[in-house]
Design a protein around this ligand. Structure first.
Ligand SMILES: Nc1nc2c(ncn2[C@@H]2O[C@H](COP(=O)(O)OP(=O)(O)OP(=O)(O)O)[C@@H](O)[C@H]2O)c(=O)[nH]1
Ligand SMILES: [Mg+2]
Length: 346
């Protein structure tokens, strides 16, 4: 397990979830609660962060009683993974009073599950977050140097999980992002660029409200810097973050769900994750990838070949048509890259 030795993530929740197949459900709203006879008095909450087997859970969200409580895993849950973003049911002392501990007795059905594996030939996966509907792929224009292929890797993970990708290029004060972006001309990706002194807060907030967005990207690209701008310190001091940092934890060392608030009061959730060295795709289902790619493609004007839109074509037709140039040169490069990533998976 040395491959994730550089991550400072919780150690008690490294469970193999390969037996749990979750169908991506991009349009999924809040997950349904499984109704079971036990624990009728349980209350629902959402996991904000995990720290050595202890969960910080937000309950009574958006009510005057909203509070973050600490919980442990009920024995009956066995080794079921519980990750940031999960909706769970809790029993026991849910007062949130100092020193109290509640118990997670159920994990709700997930709308999405972002996973990665050690490397591309390894189907053993590690769960990163649950119930995110957007992925902010954070890449620096320079320092660290961007690589289109790494972005493809994140795109495959997003497509596989049924999560909408957004490309965020940081550090445009250090280099021109245009050459990198031109490599993604074929895709109708939402792109946001920012520099040290110019973060488009309004544009980003607009994109994030009403969603749960997980940030991904190599260490040092500026994920936490961005999150800190989007979640003003006043909110941190009184909200979700304060409780968490109160434990003396560095935000970059664990996966944390934070609430952002637009000027008009609308809210969204952004999940800051630690940068990881490897983002293996051994667990992905190739069947999900080409369809999602076609759905994200920047569709050229005019009648599609044979009158069939790319989104309705068979997988082999998608490959053939894109290779034939339907999405231009960048389309050819992307489909080749995606094919390689898919072929190398377990
Ligand atoms: N020049 C420049 N530096 C930036 C920008 N955004 C972030 N940085 C710097 O990049 C460094 C790394 O930023 P972090 O926010 O810690 O990066 P991270 O992605 O959270 O890294 P990990 O937590 O290790 O995954 C810091 O020194 C930031 O000040 C930017 O737009 N321009
Ligand atoms: Mg960080």
């Amino acid at each position: 397990m040395s491959w994730w030795a550089d991550d400072d993530e919780d150690d008690d929740d490294d469970f193999d979830e390969s037996s749990i197949r979750v169908r991506p459900n991009p349009k999924g709203n809040r997950p349904r609660t499984k109704t079971r006879p036990e624990h009728k008095d349980a209350v629902a909450g959402r996991i904000m962060t995990v720290d050595r087997g202890r969960f910080s859970v937000l309950i009574d969200q958006d009510t005057p009683e909203e509070r973050e409580i600490t919980a442990s895993r009920a024995r009956e849950l066995g080794r079921t993974a519980i990750v940031t973003g999960d909706w769970v049911d809790l029993v026991g002392d849910t007062s949130g009073d100092e020193g109290t501990l509640s118990r997670v007795v159920r994990v709700h059905e997930r709308s999405t599950l972002l996973r990665r594996s050690a490397d591309d030939s390894d189907a053993v996966e590690r769960v990163i977050v649950a119930n995110a509907d957007q992925m902010l792929i954070v890449v620096a224009a320079a320092n660290p140097e961007p690589r289109a292929r790494l972005i493809d890797r994140y795109l495959v993970a997003a497509f596989d999980a049924g999560i909408t990708p957004i490309l965020c290029i940081t550090k445009t004060d250090l280099a021109d992002p245009a050459p990198l972006l031109s490599e993604f001309d074929a895709l109708d990706l939402r792109v946001v660029t920012l520099s040290q002194n110019d973060v488009p807060v309004e544009e980003l907030t607009d994109l994030l409200v009403g969603h749960t967005t997980v940030t991904v990207g190599h260490s040092g690209v500026g994920k936490s810097t961005l999150v800190n701008v989007l979640v003003p310190s006043a909110e941190r001091a009184t909200g979700v973050v304060n409780t968490v940092t109160g434990r003396g934890r560095h935000t970059s060392s664990s996966t944390i769900c934070l609430r952002l608030r637009a000027a008009d009061g609308r809210t969204g959730w952004i999940i800051d994750t630690p940068g990881v060295r490897s983002f293996g795709l051994g667990h992905v289902d190739p069947a999900n990838i080409l369809k999602s790619f076609a759905a994200t493609a920047r569709v050229p004007e005019g009648e599609p070949p044979g009158g069939i839109p790319l989104t309705e074509a068979h997988d082999w037709e998608i490959i053939d048509r894109v290779e034939a140039g339907e999405l231009g040169e960048s389309g050819k490069a992307r489909i080749e890259s995606l094919r390689k990533l898919i072929e190398h998976t377990a």
